[in-house]
Ligand binder design. Structure first.
Ligand SMILES: Nc1ncnc2c1ncn2[C@@H]1O[C@H](COP(=O)(O)OP(=O)(O)O)[C@@H](O)[C@H]1O
Ligand SMILES: [Mg+2]
Length: 237
């Protein structure tokens, strides 16, 4: 299993509040890695630091050994580390098709872009059916799908997701997680941040449990799913 991303001794603060207190984690190429924990644990802060949207106080984010820590968010996207937009932040006054085209803005390989567009429309048939419609008219779940599809159009090497299940009905959560597995089966590395611990660990090959800015458990998804400490703390005993 080859490593693609490594986070070492990462510390991130908001003023005097240390939200991430020196964490280490690695993503293996082609795997789904989950970072799970309660509200306020520091999951989003970790992702924002990887994306370069928050500057770390200490530590490194290494992509294939190259330090991303000092790169701008834009450069980090270009290097292939792409976060699905927070809060379904799609462009509501543009069509679904236009949103997807914008996802490919860093690319110039027209034939490959067209191929990827076909692929995301296959993954999300509802988006294809409504391609010419305004993104603002989609439901919350469909907007989440569009946000994922748009990130895929950037042709990421690593897809970062911050709680894609948030606010969605259980059936829709299952559908989105199934699609994430399908995306992963094409070989794409996924870093999935979730409060929905059970669902996330079910699809993750590897997982980390974050508690108040520290990683307290690291194991494969299956072992974590059956770990008494995880069950007690996150799955209602
Ligand atoms: N903009 C901010 N300013 C100050 N504190 C923040 C800010 N964002 C998050 N925090 C604090 O940092 C900690 C981690 O937050 P966050 O990374 O959002 O957790 P999670 O995503 O796991 O819910 C929490 O204690 C939170 O209150
Ligand atoms: Mg969060």
């Amino acid at each position: 299993m080859s490593e693609i991303l490594r986070v070492t001794d990462l510390v991130v603060s908001y003023g005097h509040i240390e939200a991430v207190k020196g964490i280490n984690l690695t993503l293996n190429s082609g795997e789904i890695t989950a970072l799970v924990g309660a509200n306020g644990a520091g999951k989003s802060t970790t992702l924002l630091a990887i994306s370069g949207l928050l500057k770390s106080v200490r530590g490194q984010v290494l992509l294939d050994g190259t330090d991303l820590t000092r790169l701008s968010p834009h450069r980090i996207v270009r290097s292939g580390v792409v976060q699905v937009a927070e809060g379904r932040a799609i462009l509501t006054t543009l069509t679904i098709h236009e949103n997807l085209e914008l996802g490919a803005y860093t690319r110039s390989d027209k034939a490959q872009i067209a191929q990827d567009l076909d692929w995301v429309y296959t993954l999300f048939p509802v988006l294809k059916k409504r391609a010419a419609g305004l993104a603002g008219n989609l439901s919350g779940g469909e907007q989440q799908m569009l946000a994922i599809a748009r990130a895929l159009m950037a042709k990421p090497r690593i897809l970062l997701l911050d709680e894609p299940s948030m606010g969605l009905a259980p059936l829709l959560v299952r559908e989105i997680f199934q699609i994430l597995q399908e995306i992963n089966r094409t070989g794409l590395t996924i870093f999935l941040v979730e409060q929905n611990v059970r669902q996330a660990l079910r699809i993750a090959q590897r997982g980390y449990v974050l508690e108040t800015g520290r990683i307290v458990l690291a194991d494969n998804g299956e072992n974590l799913l059956h770990n008494p400490r995880v069950i007690e703390a996150y799955m209602g005993g």
